[in-house]
Ligand binder design. Structure first.
Ligand SMILES: *Cc1c(COP(=O)(O)O)cnc(C)c1O
Length: 408
């Protein structure tokens, strides 16, 4: 039988990972073999609370029977069929469901793909191509925010403001101007900009930094005034993380493009969606030269659509959003309590069920590693320890996670 650690170190290549350290003989990687609810189990039988929602994907806990059954049923009925020139009922149902979260005739078209990067990539190309089809070919530039993260494919990465990831590829990809805040809009030439891209309410990879209240609204006003598309990257914030189904609903903003991925299937299988308006969509009608020549082999995969529909049904049956305020308030109280007992905590940041705890330099790695010994798996981003449990987390499980952090 294959020794999984040996084979991993011999043949696997992990994302965002220093492989020399990973493959060091002294490093004993965790092998996760099973999961249930908020708990992950390793090959040695240890259990850990999934404090990072398996890289921000999990929503209702792991292996929810309703989603697992929907996946199994779909896999036995129609596993995959091309979405190029063919349709299937679950994609139709899911598209109708997704647009139903917004007022009629706003976001009403859904383009499916596989992951957050491609959801953003599709929005960028749609924005650019729609300009060419409406006599606005001089709008070729994007605006993005310092320290933003929009994915790793080259187009999405060119909107990324995290220099340690993206600077070496900076002269490739789309032409992008970076701004720090809406104050910087004053100095932007709006006439050559096609779209502004932002993670609404909170930047994830930028150590969980929330934006000032009202900022998204201001940005929507500015983009409308100048005929610029607003692309909201809700790959992290979508599906209840911030307390509402989508972050943009907190400021009553409707974008021209909404990018969804991570939590779309409840965190089970890859699927993404780019929602857009009739106004954008209609610029792609007409001749063959106006079609959107973009797509992926697994676009609108039926198993993914089945999982997404099952996940959205759980939002209704479990009244997930209604249960969030109590959890969010409890998390806030716990964070407050922890910071009161420590003088090495630099800042606490919270948006919904997303928390970032910034510690003095060098402590983040040590805390997250030590937390494993107390039954909590999470990650730190530079000095900020992230706590972002699945939405199904109970108050007791929040206590458990905070206790593990305090001990760590
Ligand atoms: C994770 C993430 C992405 C990229 O999604 P992938 O599925 O990893 O390609 C894009 N934007 C934001 C805000 C994200 O958090």
């Amino acid at each position: 039988m294959t020794d999984p650690v040996r084979a991993d170190k011999a043949h696997c290549w992990h994302p965002f990972t220093r492989q020399s350290a990973w493959c060091d003989p002294a490093h004993e990687p965790l092998m996760i073999v099973r999961a249930e609810g908020v708990w992950l189990y390793d090959s040695k039988g240890n259990r850990y609370l999934d404090g990072n929602s398996s890289i921000w994907t999990n929503i209702h806990g792991h292996c929810r029977p309703e989603i697992a059954e929907a996946i199994a049923k779909q896999a036995a009925t129609l596993d995959h069929s091309s979405y190029l020139g063919l349709g299937h009922p679950l994609a139709s149902e899911l598209a109708e469901k997704l647009v139903s979260f917004f007022p009629p005739h706003t976001l009403e078209r859904v383009f499916f793909s596989d992951n957050g990067s491609t959801a953003v990539e599709a929005a960028l190309k749609m924005s650019l191509q729609s300009r060419l089809q409406t006599g606005q070919g001089s709008r070729t530039r994007f605006l993005a925010f310092d320290n933003a993260y929009h994915g790793d494919t080259l187009g999405a990465a060119s909107l990324g403001g995290v220099n340690r990831f993206f600077s070496r590829f900076r002269n490739l990809g789309f032409e992008t101007e970076f701004i720090a805040s809406t104050n910087d809009l004053k100095s932007v030439d709006p006439t050559t900009v096609t779209a502004v891209v932002i993670e609404p309410l909170i930047q994830g990879v930028n150590e969980m930094r929330p934006w000032p209240e009202g900022m998204l609204w201001d940005l929507r006003e500015w983009t409308e005034k100048h005929g610029i598309h607003l692309i909201l990257d809700e790959v992290m914030t979508g599906f209840g993380r911030t307390g509402t189904m989508f972050a943009c609903q907190r400021e009553n903003v409707i974008p021209d493009f909404l990018c969804l991925a991570k939590g779309l299937t409840g965190g089970t299988v890859p699927l993404a969606a780019t929602l857009t308006t009739r106004a954008v969509y209609e610029t792609f009608l007409g001749g063959a030269e106006n079609a959107f020549y973009y797509g992926h082999s697994y676009t609108a995969n039926p198993i993914g659509c089945a999982a997404a529909l099952a996940s959205l049904r759980i939002f209704e049956t479990d009244k997930v959003l209604e249960g969030l305020p109590a959890k969010i308030a409890h998390l806030a109280a716990c964070l407050e309590k922890l910071s009161a007992t420590r003088n090495d905590m630099v800042a606490i940041r919270q948006c919904g069920l997303i928390a970032g705890m910034e510690f003095q330099a060098g402590m983040g790695d040590k805390i997250t590693l030590a937390a494993r010994n107390h039954g909590l798996l999470t990650r730190n981003i530079l000095g900020t320890v992230v706590l972002m449990p699945p939405l199904c987390v109970s108050l007791e499980e929040i206590d458990f996670a905070m206790d593990a952090l305090a001990r760590a």
